[in-house]
Ligand binder design. Structure first.
Ligand SMILES: Cc1cc2nc3c(=O)[nH]c(=O)nc-3n(C[C@H](O)[C@H](O)[C@H](O)COP(=O)(O)OP(=O)(O)OC[C@H]3O[C@@H](n4cnc5c(N)ncnc54)[C@H](O)[C@@H]3O)c2cc1C
Length: 491
């Protein structure tokens, strides 16, 4: 067996702080190769999004360039791992070049867990040792238990336990270890990095790689279909975003709910691809455990914990992918009116704050968290449409679309989830808009036909506008209907 390793990249598209790469680097003196395997079936998955795929594939391209700069490379295979890995391993076996170690970082989605188990067995059959690492989450779902074998269902006790574990020396050590990765990124920003790896696929296959590397092709073809501006991708750009957020983090508590202020980090899309991770963010801001949330930093940390919470729920209760977490709300008889759903998607409901959010989503691929909560509540409790329709549409449009937090956010808003918004607490879109966009700046940015109206008029039904619609429903009436619907299911 030759002394080199292969790392299979999935949702960890970065070098900095990637523990699996470090482990290879130590064990194989820098002889490590990157592999990415793209399953074409992914293109027809119901949660596939052309725009998000572009961001992902751009991130992958950045990673390839980075690995090359560092003396390694990334091979992009466009056949699913179950088919392409046996081919690859057989080819390597034939030339007596099986890798010394095959690694990947753990994924927590039901589909990925099943796939990974199969790959582990496959590698075992070929006698290739595998090792998996923690990467995507700081504290993994199996580490957080309320009682033996039982996870959490409510955020507050989950966060308390999370913060307790967070202070343990081995977690703090893990965070401290991120500092080397951050200083590497800082150097990279200045163009000041030297190669650390010393092996390439070309070398391994003596100049003739028997697999097509399709990355450029996919990137170009997909680019033609993209419908929103794709932000700069990859770990260096994620790091730049992190640095930009440094001047905002202390005001996070005051500004995070005001959509026009752009007071949040906008890191979610990079977290999704693993161009950045929660441990890196924590190390960068040196976030401390809190007892009571006092500072912007505390509140920011509590939001990062929400992310880990939703992963915990998905891991512990994979059924939430398809059904309500709360059994009693599994069979709500939603009205599911197609015309109203269309008006919601198009941002033509006659509720300016909802329309602004939906138009922000369609034109940018992102939406502010407060507005996500407003439009999700509106879809389920005002339009009485199944939260899964909204969840799916979000997955179609969001650049940060991610099963665990998206499902969690939707089920929270629809009051069907773990730790949900109680069903009787229904957002009033008029009051939400008045509170979080009092001057109507956000509304006017995304619903320009309203730009000349006085702010006050944006928080109440708009009559007689030449192009902007009247409200498609009456909030008070729909509220009563929603209450009846949920009460009925509870009975
Ligand atoms: C209906 C609905 C759908 C959502 N869908 C997604 C999704 O598909 N992908 C996604 O990453 N987030 C989703 N969220 C959570 C949240 O809206 C986004 O994470 C946040 O808006 C991203 O912006 P940011 O990076 O500037 O966040 P910041 O405010 O800067 O927060 C930092 C990070 O903390 C995490 N975070 C913040 N708020 C939440 C939250 N409420 N739940 C879970 N994690 C959170 C995110 O990873 C975020 O990047 C959804 C929320 C709702 C209500």
């Amino acid at each position: 067996m030759s002394n080199y390793g292969i790392h299979w990249f999935r949702r960890d598209l970065r070098v900095a702080g990637n523990q699996a790469l470090q482990s290879h680097w130590k064990a194989n003196q820098g002889r490590v190769l990157g592999l990415f395997c793209f399953d074409k079936a992914f293109l027809s998955r119901p949660d596939f999004s052309v725009n998000r795929f572009q961001l992902f594939i751009d991130s992958l391209y950045e990673l390839k360039m980075e690995l090359r700069e560092l003396g390694s490379d990334l091979l992009f295979l466009d056949v699913g791992p179950e088919k392409s890995f046996p081919k690859l391993i057989k080819a390597l076996d034939k030339q007596g070049q099986l890798p010394h170690l095959f690694t990947w970082n753990r994924d927590y989605e039901p589909f990925a867990r099943k796939r990974d188990r199969a790959i582990e067995e496959l590698m075992m059959d070929f006698g290739v040792p595998t090792e998996t690492f923690r990467d995507h989450l700081l504290i993994e779902p199996q580490e957080l238990e309320k009682s033996p074998g039982e996870g959490y269902q409510v955020y507050s006790p989950f966060a308390r336990k999370w913060l307790e574990i967070y202070q343990k020396p081995d977690i703090q050590r893990r965070i401290q270890m991120q500092k080397a990765g951050l200083s590497y990124l800082q150097k990279r920003l200045k163009g000041d990095v030297a190669p650390v790896f010393n092996f390439t696929w070309e070398e391994l296959f003596d100049g003739k790689i028997p697999f097509d590397d399709w990355l450029e092709d996919y990137r170009k073809k997909n680019q033609e279909k993209v419908t929103v501006p794709i932000p700069p991708a990859g770990s260096l750009n994620a790091f730049k975003k992190l640095k930009e957020f440094k001047r905002k983090v202390s005001d996070y508590g005051d500004q995070r709910d005001v959509p026009i202020l752009e007071g949040t980090s906008q890191l979610s899309m990079h977290l999704k691809s693993g161009s950045i991770t929660i441990p890196q963010i924590i190390a960068f801001f040196q976030l401390k455990a809190y007892k009571k949330k006092k500072t912007g930093e505390d509140i920011f940390l509590s939001e990062l914990i929400w992310r880990e919470f939703y992963y915990h729920i998905l891991y512990r209760h994979p059924r939430v992918e398809n059904e309500a977490f709360l059994e009693k709300y599994k069979d709500i008889e939603w009205e599911n009116n197609e015309d109203r759903f269309m008006a919601w998607k198009e941002g033509k409901t006659g509720f300016p704050i909802v329309d602004a959010g939906m138009r922000e989503l369609k034109s940018t691929g992102w939406m502010h968290n407060r507005v996500r909560m407003i439009v999700a509540s509106f879809l389920t409790k005002d339009l009485l449409i199944d939260w899964r329709w909204g969840e799916k549409y979000f997955m179609d449009q969001l650049l940060d679309g991610d099963l665990a937090p998206n499902n969690g956010g939707w089920q929270w808003a629809a009051s069907t989830g773990c730790d949900p918004q109680p069903y009787f607490r229904i957002f009033n879109p008029w009051l939400q808009s008045k509170k979080f966009d009092p001057q109507g700046d956000y509304i006017k940015k995304f619903v320009p036909e309203l730009k000349d109206l006085p702010a006050k008029q944006l928080h109440e039904p708009i009559e007689n506008h030449p192009t902007y619609p009247r409200p498609i429903v009456d909030h008070s009436e729909q509220r009563e209907k929603a209450l009846a619907l949920y009460k009925f299911e509870q009975a």
